[in-house]
Design a protein around this ligand. Structure first.
Ligand SMILES: [Zn+2]
Length: 197
């Protein structure tokens, strides 16, 4: 369905009680409540949410402020499932700790966009990087700075939600920043580094 630019769609829900979806048996109820509270915050801010299957590129989640004229969107990668776009579907977590940390990091990107600290050029940088794997060094730095910003904002949000598993969070942050650095340094970037540029 085509929509006018600027028109926002709400996340689908089967009822207004979507947030009362019972905690899956395999999930820690405290973490699940934090996940539900986070989904509620994101939904209240009119950010569209979707769950997508695992990709081969190692992507765990993604954020774009306006990919198709319907406002901001967060994608959460969940292994072993299809695409899901309803709030009840988003709440059907597999590894709640993992998905909570991914989701709050992507929400950190959104908060950064809303408070004006996310450089507008980031989306172009990511597109160029995905297309040919090489971007100017200054753009790589912008990207890494943005990652740190999103993790800092994620930490603040999780603190408000009562999260306490900071060792897991810190590990994911280090892995995330490390993965971005590795990608950005790949290929031509190594040669430029060795040349001292
Ligand atoms: Zn990120």
């Amino acid at each position: 369905m085509a929509l006018r630019a600027g028109v926002r769609r709400r996340n689908q829900r089967q009822s207004d009680d979507w947030h009362k979806t019972p905690c899956p048996a395999h999930v820690d109820p405290r973490l699940y409540q934090q996940f539900v509270d986070l989904v509620k915050i994101i939904d209240d801010e009119n950010v569209l949410l979707g769950v997508i299957p695992e990709r081969t590129n190692g992507l765990l989640g993604d954020y774009h402020p306006n990919p198709n004229g319907q406002g901001p969107r967060i994608w959460l990668v969940r292994c072993g499932g299809g695409e899901r776009y309803g709030l009840e579907g988003v709440l059907a977590v597999k590894n709640c700790r993992f998905e909570l940390i991914t989701l709050v990091h992507e929400y950190g990107h959104h908060r950064s966009h809303v408070d004006g600290t996310r450089p507008a050029i980031i989306d172009e940088v990511v597109k160029a990087w995905q297309a040919n794997g090489a971007i100017p060094w200054e753009h790589a730095i912008l990207n890494i700075e943005q990652e740190h910003r999103a993790w800092d904002l994620a930490r603040r949000t999780l603190t408000r939600l009562g999260f306490t598993e900071w060792a897991a969070f810190n590990m994911r942050q280090a892995e995330g920043i490390g993965a971005h650095c590795a990608y950005l340094r790949a290929g031509k970037r190594i040669g430029e580094l060795l040349d001292g540029s």
